[in-house]
Design a protein around this ligand. Structure first.
Ligand SMILES: Nc1ncnc2c1ncn2[C@@H]1O[C@H](COP(=O)(O)OP(=O)(O)O)[C@@H](O)[C@H]1O
Ligand SMILES: [Mg+2]
Length: 268
């Protein structure tokens, strides 16, 4: 039974603790499972431990003097807890870090070239670019400098780069909606959803904007003070009063711009 469950999981994180600087316990026994092809949200307020969780999975803790001090992380059945970050990338783990920005003085095309792996052939790059642009047709494509693109263009550009770097089988996005107007959040989330459905890519989406995230994922985890305090289907989480309180507070903050993002919450 357990073996079967393991085979269905692209990611399995078991009772993971993370220490920064050998003293700061940032996450305290986090367990998260992502089924192959699933789209999962990791929700929680600022400082809860969401980014730390992603860094533990991608191996980026090291550069911040952090380490997994307890527990185990398995990817596609392999224990990756101590694996170098670059090897995890090669295995198909892609982590788009919080606040990821493009090189603003480069065009979208140039940004893609800059993000391409060293050994990639010109023809492979062109083929990959065409595929990426199917999902994210950038305004003005090659001609415009990325710095002059719309916010949507820039967010899409960060996604282009993520896809190109690894063709990941697990895409982890850290707050892709941060700083975007609500209608743009819906657009970006729609694109993430398409990548998940059409490419069969598993997605672990970190969001403070729980309301928007729960519209596109099948399942979610709520993390508070370094611990998972809730786990359930998107439907169950949306119906939960604690979650409602949590996401309504977040939604209220951005409600003045447009009401489009609140539709999902009130429709059901
Ligand atoms: N590089 C670091 N060194 C020390 N403490 C950190 C570091 N990064 C994050 N923390 C601490 O770990 C906790 C979780 O942070 P983080 O994972 O960034 O939360 P979230 O992404 O949910 O906002 C916070 O208390 C934060 O201050
Ligand atoms: Mg964070």
């Amino acid at each position: 039974m357990q073996e079967k469950a393991e085979a269905q999981h692209i990611l399995s994180m078991n009772s993971v603790e993370v220490l920064y600087d050998n003293v700061m316990l940032a996450i305290k026994g986090v367990s998260i499972q992502v089924r192959k092809g699933a789209m999962i949200a990791l929700l929680g307020s600022n400082g809860a431990g969401k980014s730390t969780t992603l860094k533990a999975i991608s191996g980026l803790l090291k550069v911040e003097r952090g380490r997994v001090s307890r527990g185990e992380i398995r990817f596609a059945g392999t224990d990756i807890t101590e694996m170098l970050a670059q090897h995890r990338v090669e295995m198909g783990i892609c982590h788009v870090i919080e606040g990821r920005r493009v090189f603003e003085h480069l065009t979208p095309d140039e940004n893609l070239i800059a993000a391409a792996p060293a050994g990639m052939s010109r023809s492979a790059l062109e083929a990959e670019k065409d595929k990426i642009y199917e999902y994210f047709p950038p305004p003005g494509r090659a001609s415009q400098f990325a710095g002059r693109l719309s916010v949507r263009g820039r967010a899409a550009d960060a996604c282009h780069r993520a896809r190109l770097v690894t063709q990941p089988s697990l895409l982890m996005l850290d707050e892709p909606s941060l700083g975007l107007a609500p209608f743009l959040v819906q657009e970006i989330f729609g694109i993430i959803q398409q990548i998940n459905e059409k490419e069969g890519m598993s997605v672990l989406l970190v969001e403070q904007n729980a309301l928007a995230a729960l519209e596109i994922v099948s399942e979610g985890y709520l993390i508070e003070n370094g611990r998972v305090v809730m786990h359930g289907t998107a439907e169950a989480l949306k119906a939960n009063s604690d979650i409602q309180e949590f996401y309504l507070a977040a939604a209220r903050a951005s409600i003045s711009t447009t009401s489009s993002i609140t539709v999902g919450a009130n429709a059901g």
